[in-house]
Design a protein around this ligand. Structure first.
Ligand code: NAD
Length: 498
């Protein structure tokens, strides 16, 4: 059985320990992945440290040229990469292609790094004094990524980190490590010097070694909220810069004037696409008025019954399986809990069977009506194909509900009313907001991040914030007095005010 190795200093490196990687459509173990111990991680850190000085001093335009080649290679190898995503994660091939393309957009943005690092300049800030700020790389930085976007989320991080002159260590999810590894190997092939990009695989031990290592200057984390919070605390306590993106419960508000057919269609993709395993998935539809709720449920039920579910690697499907047996059982537990709490399960996907894939981790689309804010299925992130309908009396009630929730990643309003849309986008306490756009994932030249317990740290992921996250500002003031200028000691604080 093949083993996914570490990538350290440009070489594939095996580990003493391994973990199993499963195909969630069949339940079969398909390969092993290296499981780093502290010594493996320290080797990667040493390689990244050694590569840093020369890479830092490489002109940004040359670093950008590696990113151009990388983008080309990603496009050439796209079919192989999405096959790996789909085989290990379970999402459909078309969905995997979508994530890869959104990942490539981050590489395109990183190609513009000479422009992004131009800095700021002021001439003559004082007599004969010029001042500028430039942005210098931090050193060795690390990224820890979740299972649900195995190609895209790593690409949120290292193209920009590396383009800014840092060296990088990626720790992808151990559940579906192959795509992240294949993508990193393409970056190596694009002409990156050895040691600039390193990948180590494994679980908690590898992450904790990165968090405690003095040489690692910054950590980008994406994953569940309890882990994000722990990583933020431990990394910050060790003096690192940390951005830790966590979980979500994303609400879509449906107003009575909304185009219901459009809302139902786009909600289908936002709730059930990738089997609900997206941090931006809509998991709550907040309907204003009973009539709106009745119409939405009625419109969605036949669409849910028509969902095409099967192994993600087959073409033309809507949904694949959940990622592991453990996660499927957790999702089933939430559905059971919702029924016991008194919510109405109007679409029940629990008995779904996919012929020829009886051991796969499939759950069909589920829809709960009459969900209330006290229920666990409302409060917690389920991360499965489960949409909850909550009925409220007004837009204000809907906004209060959302603002009271502990998460604040994404949200959306369905309406034709511009005034309501403006009130919503102004007042809602959520980081990414859509109006008639249920998955408002910002494009690569904006930045991505939630509010409240969906993000620990200050700067968001990718886009302009990532340039700031992966660099330190240096402010320089410079004076070249002319030979004839007399100087004398000045003891008062220098100022331009008279
Ligand atoms: P996870 O938190 O279990 O794992 C994320 C990463 O952390 C993995 O690499 C894993 O190996 C590592 N890890 C897990 N437990 C750890 C521990 N105790 N100590 C140190 N490292 C640990 O998340 P997941 O199940 O892989 O991904 C799903 C979660 O990620 C969901 O909650 C989803 O909302 C969230 N997510 C958030 C965003 C976002 O941008 N906010 C994006 C994608 C996914």
């Amino acid at each position: 059985m093949s083993v996914v190795s570490h990538l350290i200093n440009g070489e594939l490196v095996e580990s003493k320990r391994t973990l199993e990687v499963t195909n969630p459509s069949t339940g079969q173990v398909i390969r092993q992945v290296a499981d780093a111990d502290a010594a493996d991680v320290e080797r990667a850190i040493s390689a990244a440290q050694a590569a840093f000085p020369a890479w830092r001093d490489t002109p940004p335009a040359k670093r950008a040229q590696v990113m151009y080649s990388f983008k080309q290679l990603l496009e050439e190898h796209a079919d192989r990469l999405v096959q790996l995503v789909s085989e290990e994660h379970g999402k459909t091939i078309e969905d995997a292609m979508g994530e890869l393309k959104r990942g490539i957009e981050n590489v395109e943005y990183a190609c513009g790094v000479p422009e992004l690092l131009k800095g700021e300049y002021s001439h003559n800030v004082g007599p004969g004094i010029d001042a500028w700020s430039n942005f210098q790389p931090l050193g060795v930085v690390a990224g820890i990524t979740p299972f649900n976007f195995p190609a895209m989320v790593p690409l949120w991080m290292y193209p920009m980190a590396i383009a800014c002159g840092n060296t990088f260590i990626l720790k992808p999810s151990e559940k579906d490590p192959s795509a992240a590894m294949a993508v990193a190997e393409l970056l190596q092939e694009a002409g990156l010097p050895k040691g600039v990009m390193n990948v180590i695989h494994g679980g908690r031990e590898s992450v904790e070694t990165l968090l405690d290592a003095k040489a690692v200057k910054a950590i980008s984390f994406v994953g569940s909220t309890p882990v994000a919070e722990a990583i933020y605390s431990r990394g910050s306590a060790a003096g690192k810069r940390v951005q830790a993106l966590g979980g979500a419960k994303n609400h879509a508000v449906v107003l009575p004037d909304a185009d219901l057919e459009n809302a139902a269609n786009t909600l289908m993709g936002a709730a059930y696409g990738s089997c609900g395993e997206r941090c931006m998935a809509i998991s709550v539809a907040v309907c204003v008025g009973d009539e709106t709720a009745d119409r939405l449920v009625e419109t969605m039920l036949p669409k849910i019954a028509g969902l095409k579910v099967g192994p993600g690697t087959d073409k033309g499907l809507d949904m694949g399986p959940l990622v592991t047996a453990e996660h499927r059982d957790k999702v089933l537990g939430y559905i059971e809990d919702g029924v016991k709490a008194g919510a109405t399960l109007v679409a029940d996907g629990r008995s779904l069977k996919v012929a020829g894939h009886e051991e796969g981790y499939f759950v069909g689309g589920c829809l709960f009506d009459n969900v209330t804010a006290e229920m666990r299925i409302y409060q917690e992130e389920i991360f499965g194909p489960v949409l909850c309908v909550v009925r409220v009396g007004s837009l204000d009630d809907a906004m209060q509900l959302i603002n009271d929730h502990e998460y604040g990643n994404g949200t959306c309003l369905f309406t034709r009313d511009g005034e309501a849309a403006r009130r919503f986008t102004d007042g809602i306490e959520v980081g990414m907001v859509g109006v008639n756009v249920p998955l408002p994932v910002p494009v690569a030249y904006h930045s991505f991040g939630g509010w409240k317990r969906s993000l620990f740290g200050d700067l968001h992921a990718y886009g302009p914030d990532s340039v700031r996250f992966y660099t330190r500002r240096k402010a320089v003031s410079q004076r070249w007095p002319s030979a004839s200028e007399a100087t004398r000691a000045e003891f008062s604080f220098p100022t331009n005010q008279r």
